[in-house]
Design a protein around this ligand. Structure first.
Ligand code: PMP
Length: 407
């Protein structure tokens, strides 16, 4: 197993080289958003310095250059997730917009009264609310696949829930609130046996290991660029081509049309049919730079480093009096979601921040699973490959100090 040099990798991330509240920054909020390597920042700056222009309006050189870079970015993302064609890569604003697009477009065209949509009990609000909205319009129903006390999805109960009325199964690959890795390979196979489509919310998996949408055989896969070391404002919807072709447009406007007249309008082909308006060109180019950065590293070694950080942090967490881990599934990413007896998560987060340790506190946009645990929220420390064992030590030292202040 190759060793991973996190200290060297940190040099690629300028933002990490700073003091916060008088201490070197320990950034443990990677599940909310990841930091950007200099290569991403440079690619965006380069684009604005040299190529900025609107795309697909090719009357001049800059527009041609912008268009070429923009479409190369689409191809880079297609290759990165194993899509057969770049036509299957729709640019969105992020995971949220990708799910809304499928729910609104596919859902409105295909759902009927009595149809069922299954999501898990540990979904992010963005994978619950869009389905509730389309269910309300169509008479379909949204149901939650149960999650047990350890934060593990009940695959046996999922299998029992499946029947011919289930039209869509929409689940996160990894839970942002708990860190649980869901058994999506089995879920996709089971759902397909019953004729249901599957959307995978890859917001929390995309940064951790290679994704192959063809091997997974999922029908849709969505993620956000900003959780993959790319910029905010850009995301990806992958879909099977026949499904995307059959779906009605999501938004109307420029770019998504073939021709417009007051007698009627015809729509553009994939992927432009779903990309109304001027897209986030710099965002796509920045995301492509992030993909190139990740492709340039030893991803297996990075994942092993994250696993080692998780094991180390889990062991340290056992020695903190009153700490209750929320979500202790066997398969999880390097996320520690926890509560400290008698302490409000927000107070703890503030005391950690005062010591230069950045975590997230609250319900993590996953209120149903917090309700199941009977808590308003947690403190969440989420690690990336650029975190070190020293970062974990700093987290637990800061926790100790906070406990002394609060108790
Ligand atoms: N799903 C999951 C699992 C997430 O972690 C997030 C981001 N916290 C989202 C969806 C929403 O992503 P975005 O806000 O980038 O659209």
């Amino acid at each position: 197993q190759a060793a991973f040099d996190a200290e060297a990798v940190r040099q690629d991330f300028p933002i990490l080289q700073q003091q916060v509240n008088g201490q070197p920054l320990v950034y443990l909020d990677n599940a909310a958003t990841t930091q950007k390597p200099r290569a991403v920042i440079d690619a965006i700056s380069d684009y604005y310095l040299h190529d900025n222009s609107n795309v697909h309006r090719g009357a001049h050189t800059l527009s041609d250059r912008a268009t070429a870079k923009f479409e190369q970015a689409r191809q880079a993302v297609a290759d990165f997730i194993g899509a057969a064609s770049s036509r299957q890569i729709i640019w969105t604003r992020g995971t949220t917009e990708g799910i809304n697009l499928v729910a609104a477009s596919w859902g409105a065209a295909n759902l009927q009264p009595g149809d069922r949509i299954l999501v898990s009990a540990m979904e992010h609000h963005s994978n619950i609310v869009p389905w509730q909205m389309v269910a309300e319009r169509t008479g379909a129903r949204v149901e939650a696949i149960p999650v047990d006390e350890s934060g593990t999805l009940r695959l046996d109960q999922f299998e029992q829930m499946l029947d011919a009325h289930v039209k869509m199964v929409s689940v996160n690959h990894v839970s942002n609130a708990l860190g649980t890795i869901n058994p999506i390979e089995q879920m996709i196979a089971l759902a397909h046996q019953h004729g249901a489509l599957v959307l995978i919310d890859g917001a929390q998996s995309i940064a951790h290991w290679p994704i192959d949408v063809k091997a997974l055989d999922c029908d849709f896969f969505v993620f956000s660029g900003h959780k993959l070391f790319g910029p905010t404002g850009i995301g990806v919807l992958y879909g099977k081509e026949d499904l995307l072709n059959a779906m009605p447009p999501y938004q109307g406007g420029g770019e998504m049309i073939d021709s417009v007249s007051f007698d009627g309008t015809t729509y553009n082909q994939l992927p432009y049919k779903f990309e109304a308006g001027t897209p986030d060109i710099a965002g796509a180019i920045g995301l492509a730079a992030a993909v190139a950065y990740i492709n340039g590293m030893d991803r297996a070694a990075a994942a092993a480093h994250e696993d080692a950080l998780l094991a180390y942090a889990l062991e340290k967490a056992q020695n903190v009096p009153g700490l209750r881990l929320i979500g202790a599934a066997d398969r999880k990413v390097a996320v520690l979601s926890f509560v400290l007896e008698g302490v409000h998560p927000a107070d703890l987060g503030m005391l950690l921040d005062q010591q230069g340790v950045a975590v997230r506190t609250g319900h993590h946009c996953a209120q149903p699973i917090m309700d199941q645990y009977g808590i308003p929220g947690t403190v969440r420390a989420s690690f990336s490959f650029y975190n070190t064992f020293d970062d974990a030590d700093r987290l637990f030292a800061a926790l100790d100090k906070a406990r002394q202040l609060l108790m």
